[in-house]
Design a protein. Structure first.
Length: 576
């Protein structure tokens, strides 16, 4: 950096004395004249093009936008409450209200695959545990409207836990990054999960009807179809139904009943609009993975004066005979579930299904990849197929398991939430499907699940705060090619290894090097302290930055302790 010389005060005083009052006055006059000319020019420009004045006005009124994500608006609220005082989550979490629900704990067991539509005068039947067994006593009770937070009777859902470091990044607890790091997009996304998120949201074809006569003809031509009157759905296994108000629930039952009867076109049984229909159709598909013939990505609706007057569902025609496809689906599911015979706990059942699907499936796009059929009958699917198969099979085993939809890193993604002994956990079989199968996304709490962000009504699913069944499936240093006793045990050796690995793995197009190292338990605290003191700069990073011509660099590391006490450090070294 160029050194600044000390100013010469004598020369400065001499220069000031040379300035005469006449020159000062002359300068002021020219300044005023210039300002007047500029104002005249602006007036002429605005007169010629009035739009310029609007642009200037908007610029002057500009304020920084609010980037706080908005929660979906709901007009009711539900409390998720665990009655199991010994094991469960006993706090009350404000959720969308179900004003028509009672506080009954009664469960009527019924197989959802064989749920027929009762007559209008029939008693209410509850579609309950798909396994046909009684649940373990957890009931989701509705809050009273007076328990809501705002004047209009609405309530705000509890925000998902956030783990932010000094950079305000949402990172897991077992990760470290310099506080001054300026990071690119996707900087913390592991290579082995990139491209393994493809949940497709519904994309309806909306046909607007302008004529009242035409609208009446459309309504009269289709009718209501199967109304689903008399059906109800147990909150333990079908949470998305509980998030709807009474009119929306009526349409949900109608969509479910018509899908079961393969009837694609019908008039909504209650007045509704575009946004409500999308929420309702999604809620049915989220709750019922066994409805695999229903195309979750597309439907058609006819709108008149802002109301939906006809809904036309889309079924997967390539399945051919739907009854035959259902028989095949159920037979293959039974064969998978037979392998769980003799397992004594929900956790053992969960691990079996997790490992079975990870071994069976290949991540590959196909026309049925948003359905559970693609993953139970066939072997090729994407995240939607993994998650729906896991949900269906676990529910058949009597374990409450939900589909959760949102963002996986920066892509639309589906995963699961499971309840074990009254506690909730995140499970992502898709991302655990590696070679060999991993447990990196198996039974994580929300605070450890930073790569996932819930959206839509998935934000109202129970918070995942479980710990009893987290981290039980570990690995040792030998699984990462390090023989027992050969883990790195000194900082000097660690920095030398980082330098070598960065040189070997740096990709200039991506701007980073990715590698893993195993260090000894005795070195871990020293490594962590030195990281926070920026010891990596002199240790290896300055040399690497110079070698690759970078102007800024930083390491991002995630660590986990292995079963033998050593620590696996996952490195992303950015140089750009």
């Amino acid at each position: 950096m160029k050194k600044l010389s000390k100013p010469d005060l004598g020369k400065i005083k001499e220069s000031i004395s040379d300035i005469s009052p006449l020159k000062v006055a002359e300068g002021i006059a020219f300044g005023i004249l210039g300002a007047i000319m500029a104002i005249v020019m602006l007036i002429l420009l605005f007169a010629i093009n009035p739009e310029l004045s609007n642009i200037v006005g908007e610029t002057l009124r500009y304020t920084k936008p609010n980037n706080t994500p908005q929660q979906p608006q709901q007009n009711t609220a539900v409390a998720w409450q665990n009655n199991d005082d010994d094991n469960g989550y006993n706090g009350v979490d404000t959720r969308p209200l179900n004003p028509g629900s009672s506080d009954t704990d009664e469960t009527v067991v019924r197989d959802p695959d064989n749920a027929s539509t009762p007559d209008s005068d029939a008693a209410v039947s509850t579609v309950s545990n798909p396994s046909g067994e009684e649940d373990d006593g957890i009931v989701y009770k509705p809050l009273n409207v007076s328990d809501t937070d705002s004047n209009d009777g609405t309530s705000t859902p509890q925000q998902q836990p956030q783990n932010n470091n000094a950079n305000n990044f949402n990172l897991p607890d077992n990760s470290v990054i310099p506080n001054n790091a300026t990071v690119p997009d996707n900087f913390d996304v592991p290579d082995n999960i990139v491209g393994k998120s493809r949940y497709v949201d519904p994309d309806p074809d909306i046909i607007t009807v302008d004529s009242e006569q035409e609208a009446r003809q459309i309504e009269e031509a289709v009718g209501y179809g199967a109304t689903g009157e008399g059906l109800d759905f147990d909150a333990t296994y079908y949470p998305y139904y509980q998030f709807l108000n009474e009119d929306q629930k009526a349409i949900y039952r109608q969509v479910y009943a018509n899908t079961m009867e393969y009837n694609s076109a019908f008039k909504p049984i209650r007045e509704t609009n575009i946004s409500e229909i999308q929420t309702i159709v999604s809620s049915v598909t989220y709750d019922h993975p066994q409805l695999f013939w229903l195309d979750t990505t597309f439907y058609t609706e006819y709108d008149y004066n802002g109301s939906v007057i006809k809904l036309e569902l889309s079924f997967y025609d390539q399945l051919g005979d739907f009854d035959a496809a259902r028989s095949e689906f159920e037979a293959d599911a039974d064969q998978i579930l037979a392998g769980a015979t003799g397992l004594s706990s929900d956790y053992e059942n969960e691990k079996y299904i997790h490992d079975y699907l990870a071994d069976k499936l290949y991540y590959k796009f196909n026309p049925l990849d948003q359905s559970a059929y693609s993953s139970i009958v066939r072997d090729y699917t994407v995240c939607a197929g993994y998650a729906k198969a896991f949900q269906y099979l676990m529910q058949r085993l009597g374990v409450p398991t939900y589909l959760c939809v949102g963002w996986g890193a920066t892509e639309r993604h589906g995963w699961n939430i499971i309840r074990l002994d009254g506690e909730y956990y995140n499970v992502d079989v898709t991302w655990d499907d590696q070679d060999p199968t991993t447990y990196d996304y198996f039974n994580l709490s929300d605070s450890d699940n930073s790569m996932h962000t819930r959206t839509g009504n998935s934000v109202y699913l129970p918070p995942c705060n479980g710990s009893k069944y987290s981290g039980l499936e570990g690995s040792s240093s030998e699984d990462y090619g390090v023989a027992n006793g050969d883990a790195i045990s000194s900082l000097a050796d660690y920095y030398a290894a980082c330098r070598d690995q960065t040189y070997a793995n740096y990709n200039s197009s991506d701007g980073y090097a990715h590698f893993q190292l195993v260090i000894s338990e005795s070195l871990f605290n020293t490594w962590l302290e030195d990281f926070y003191n920026d010891g990596y700069e002199a240790g290896y990073l300055n040399d690497c930055e110079a070698a690759f011509g970078g102007v800024f660099s930083f390491p991002y590391c995630q660590y986990q302790q292995l079963d033998d006490g050593t620590y696996l450090i996952d490195h992303y070294v950015y140089i750009y």
